[in-house]
Design a protein around this ligand. Structure first.
Ligand code: AQP
Length: 331
């Protein structure tokens, strides 16, 4: 057994991945896989809590796999798998939903936000999403989970459920700790800079997809919403400029402080042009790698099959323990 601590993280194939996924997840995964025994999941079960066209979902699943590889995930070092190919996720979720209070599930901020955002599709899956997420983590006995701010409450639920189960029966699950990566820039919408950049945003101009060509990236950034001022700085009402500073920082490695000093007295025109060029140059090699992997469907399927198999082994072991403890007849 590996001496390394284990982590699990995932991304939903609910669209083409954005520069936010690169800065907020994939860049960190790439670093973490050297230090941790890593499980990286394409979370297709989670993705169907929003309505999905089947053909899109299939295609985005392969896109996500290709993007993991293009961003440096090494399938020889890490386990890269598709959630729906590991039945234990849904099976454990059923068991753990019987250990979750209704109020506990309804309290989740993301459930409340998503219900408000899409009132015509408040499905039970949306409510039980955090329970499934808890099971994703617990099945692999993960020691740590890289989480952004918006997922902290879900990790707390995961810990509570694991402790409750362990206490009721006997030690079964590792209690996972949050892992806050050193850097993990949160990228905001280019059109509504107080909201997170999201792959399923209907306004394509708000999002930099990792598949966008250079001209598209440059156009989107030049047209991004800023403010009526002229100072390249952060502060109230300057969320658009702050987002562009973040984008320039992640693309060049310069700190926000350096950028603010560099653009003192410059105005927005040159600043936006420089951000646009820098982001285009940053994304270009990833896009090219993505294309190369995406054209080779057999390679992608083989990598996923191998990952599914490795994930199934670990997940089934945990599920079997759980089934035994709850009293399902063993034969
Ligand atoms: N804009 C972002 N900035 C920084 N990190 C981000 N992540 C996503 N968007 C940004 C990080 O990606 C991981 C999860 O991605 P996901 O696709 O499974 O879920 P999500 O956060 O709901 O992403 P989207 O794009 O907003 O999906 P849709 O539109 O389908 O709801 C997490 O590590 C997250 O921090």
């Amino acid at each position: 057994m590996s001496e390394k601590k284990r982590i699990l993280s995932g991304i939903q194939p609910s669209g083409v991945l954005t520069i936010g996924h690169l800065t907020g997840a994939l860049t960190n995964w790439n670093k973490m896989q050297k230090e941790f025994e890593s499980f990286f999941m394409i979370a297709d079960l989670h993705a169907i809590t929003q309505k999905q066209e089947p053909a899109n979902l299939r295609s985005w699943t392969l896109d996500t796999a290709a993007m993991f590889l293009a961003c440096g995930i090494d399938p020889e070092t890490s386990v890269m798998f598709t959630q729906s190919h590991v039945p234990a996720h849904a099976q454990l979720a059923w068991v753990m939903s019987s250990f979750t209070g209704m109020g506990e599930a309804e309290r989740m901020t993301q459930f409340k936000d998503k219900s408000k955002k899409k009132p015509d599709n408040v499905n039970v899956g949306l409510l039980s999403y955090p329970i499934l997420m808890a099971c994703d983590i617990l099945l692999y006995q993960a020691d740590a989970v890289p989480v952004g701010d918006d997922q902290k409450q879900h990790l707390e639920l995961t810990r509570n459920l694991a402790q409750r189960f362990n206490h009721h029966y006997s030690d079964t699950f590792v209690i996972p700790d949050p892992y806050i990566p050193e850097v993990g820039a949160r990228i905001m919408s280019l059109q509504e800079p107080t909201a997170k950049m999201s792959k399923s945003d209907p306004n394509q101009n708000a999002v930099i997809f990792l598949t966008d060509d250079n001209d598209t990236i440059i156009r989107k950034i030049k047209r991004s919403v800023t403010d009526s001022g002229s100072e390249v700085n952060v502060g109230e009402g300057k969320e658009g400029i702050e987002n562009l500073i973040t984008l320039l920082s992640v693309s060049t490695g310069k700190s926000a402080k350096e950028i603010i000093a560099e653009y003192e007295g410059e105005g927005y025109g040159k600043f936006k042009s420089d951000v646009a060029e820098a982001v285009a140059a940053y994304i270009a090699p990833i896009r090219e790698e993505f294309k190369r992997y995406r054209e080779d469907k057999d390679l992608l399927i083989n990598i996923l099959k191998k990952g599914d198999e490795q994930a199934n082994k670990v997940a089934f072991k945990t599920l079997s323990k759980v089934y035994k403890k709850v009293g399902f007849l063993q034969y």
